[in-house]
Design a protein around this ligand. Structure first.
Ligand SMILES: [Zn+2]
Ligand SMILES: [Zn+2]
Length: 399
């Protein structure tokens, strides 16, 4: 498949002029740069408004005035990152073509400029770079899984994905609990952070009331478990509601009518995930009278069952990706990876190049997130470029 599309692409597109392929909406390169920039300013700030809204929601607590201002500054920076990446695709192609290559080729049309434009990740503060890298590595895994599936080497199913998520969660929660004792904690974006391993010990507790002295929380176990469940259930439902309601915000009556029971699935997943996790850890603490990071393994594994309520390929892989992130940051802390190496930034560039390349050349196996991301950030200019590619290929195919 890869070979075929490489040959096809080069036969159909290599001799194109850049306005025929890269900026089909205008002839002049300077014009293309300007219009692309304007589209991306709009698109990027719109996209990050959603991202920041969800992040604030997921934190589950109110923001003070100072934190709001801080978030707003970060939002502005992220916007610059997005619009630079989005708008530079066209400009870099025009420049590269004029300076280095006279023809479009499979690798230097998308892969190369999009790898270079990944350097814009320096607009983000270091801890956000790590989080963006985490997301993109996860998307690369998803892209690989989809590619393998297309080649017939494996088959995705909700059951298998749940198992992957359960195993991943077991590992990830264990590593997270170990990481809690580190001075330099890895910045992670997860549904919830498990508390530090409690140092208290006591006698085993029976019955359902009260708590064990070893429990890593203050209130009675039942309150602790139910509170977490309700909170994340609410967050899950709120996220689904936002996603369903925002496009229909102009017709509120219709919007509310469109809410269904199935919109609670995400809430069930979130709530169940934290609920089962807390339940298992509490039961183990009560039975043994002491806490241990190891409890995260059975707790993480079983809590992963909740994923079955709302399965999706990218989320099923996310605990594994985040585990790799923790291991990577330990590598930095232990000096296995020299601190000066810009490993995060380089990896980000590579992932971005690969994924955007997949968007154009292998649309059928490209993660949905990337397609939506490019569509939103470029205010649908990416789709215009994509259809120019497809048209060229079709024209070529039909002779
Ligand atoms: Zn041009
Ligand atoms: Zn407890």
């Amino acid at each position: 498949m890869v070979e075929a599309s490489k040959l096809w692409f080069e036969d159909a597109c290599s001799t194109c002029r850049c306005h025929e392929l890269i900026h089909p909406w205008t002839y002049r390169c300077s014009d293309a740069t300007r219009t692309m920039l304007i589209s991306c300013i709009k698109g990027s700030y719109k996209f990050y408004a959603m991202v920041y809204l969800i992040q604030i929601l997921m934190r589950g607590k109110k923001l003070g005035k100072k934190e709001m201002l801080e978030q707003f500054k970060l939002y502005l920076k992220s916007g610059v990152f997005g619009l630079t990446v989005g708008s530079s695709f066209v400009t870099l192609n025009c420049i590269f073509r004029r300076l280095f290559f006279s023809e479009f080729s499979y690798y230097n049309t998308v892969l190369l400029p999009c790898t270079v434009s990944g350097l814009a990740v320096y607009c983000e503060p270091p801890y956000r770079r790590v989080m963006v890298l985490n997301l993109f590595v996860n998307l690369v895994f998803e892209y690989w899984v989809r590619t393998l599936e297309m080649k017939g080497w494996l088959r995705r199913s909700p059951g298998k994905e749940t198992l992957v998520f359960m195993l991943g969660s077991a590992l990830f929660f264990y590593l997270m609990r170990l990481d809690r004792d580190n001075d330099k904690r890895t910045p992670l974006f997860w549904f919830f952070t498990p508390p530090r391993v409690s140092k208290e010990t006591g006698e085993p507790v029976t019955g359902i009331h009260g708590k064990s002295p070893a429990c890593p929380h203050k209130e009675p176990c039942i309150n602790y478990i139910l509170k977490g469940t309700a909170q994340l259930f609410g967050v899950g439902c709120a996220m689904t509601m936002l996603r369903t309601l925002i496009p229909k915000i102009l017709t509120p009556v219709k919007a509310f009518k469109s809410l269904k029971m199935s919109h609670m699935k995400l809430g069930l997943f979130f709530g169940g995930y934290i609920g089962i996790y807390r339940l298992v850890v509490c039961l183990l603490c009560r039975a043994h009278g002491k806490d241990s990071a190891m409890y995260a393994i059975p707790a993480g594994f079983l809590s992963g069952l909740a994923f079955r309520a709302s399965p999706s390929t990218p989320i099923s892989l996310a605990p594994v990706t985040s585990s790799l992130q923790i291991l990577g940051s330990w590598g930095y802390q232990k000096g296995l990876i020299p601190e000066k190496w810009p490993l995060v930034e380089i990896l980000y560039c590579l992932c971005q190049g690969l994924l955007f390349h997949a968007r154009v050349m292998h649309e059928d196996v490209c993660p949905r997130y990337i397609i939506n991301l490019m569509h939103t950030v470029t205010s649908s200019k990416a789709d215009e470029i994509q259809s120019a590619f497809i048209q060229k290929m079709l024209k070529y195919a039909s002779g």
